[in-house]
Design a protein around this ligand. Sequence first.
Ligand code: ADP
Ligand code: 5GP
Length: 289
Amino acid sequence: MTPLPPKLSPAERAAANSAAIAARQVRAAAKKSLGNGEISIFDLINSVDPAIRKMRVRELLESVPGVGKLRAEAIMERAKISPTRRIAGLGTNQVSALRGELSVSKIDPARGTLIVMSGPGGVGKSTITRTLRNDPRFWISVSATTRDPREGERDGIDYYFYNDSKFDQSIADGSFLEWAEFAGARYGTPHAPIESWLALGKNVLLEIEIEGARQVRKSDPNALLVFIAPPSWDELKARLTGRGTDSPERQAARLALAEQEMAAAGEFDHVLVNDSVERVIEELVSLAT
Ligand code: ADP
Ligand code: 5GP
């Protein structure tokens, strides 16, 4: 049987309520002082106040200036602290791991570079992106799209699959860094994670079509625009047709589109010829650093 909560008299209930309010105020004040740099997280870790000792490590870390959600998550993972751990439950090894992490993270890692990669369909962009997914120097942006998932594509990994109204809402909210229509569907880059990853020192790669690249150029002049070109027109044709999934009409339409896309190469900062995926990646790394 579930135990019943203790029956409180009105006076006891009032006292409990005011204790809860006081604890909330203490916690809010602690986070505020942490946020404006008046105290350090270690002052709170050493606190004997029960209200503070009940606070979650994650909540406090996120309030440390310059840390934020993503970095807090990464720090906790490296310090082997579970996401729900409270201050009272921290072990001495975890506290010293935190000290190490925070003294390192005071030295701001060099900011990453925002790289926008475009190029004609079939040139090898997805192949390059797929390879870079396993490279710790890069974070690959996940776009939202209104097109249907293809076989094997997973929501949140390959794309965020939105319906039209969710896409409209994201445009209205200003959630996209850029968005464009392509082949009858809409595609957009969610803005929020980009700044966090750049601040963490990751190079952020957007694989988007040309109209979107133009928009990023306008909104962020520091972005590096890279155009992936085929070794030759014949090789592009061979790669497009080699995928073997399109009808002859669709292939002709893709080639016509590729011709238009090739004409935009001059607007980009760099043109990399994809004769070898490894070499393109080496060049991307050296451009980013
Ligand atoms: P995109 O994403 O630009 O449309 P894909 O990555 O789908 O292009 O590549 C199109 C085809 O070209 C695929 O079959 C891929 O394996 C092949 N490909 C990609 N890069 C190279 C390369 N450097 N050499 C030969 N074939 C390549
Ligand atoms: P696909 O449907 O084949 O995955 O992608 C079609 C095109 O949309 C590709 O050229 C791809 O680079 C582009 N694309 C993917 N995501 C985005 C995005 O967020 N914004 C823009 N502008 N284009 C995108």
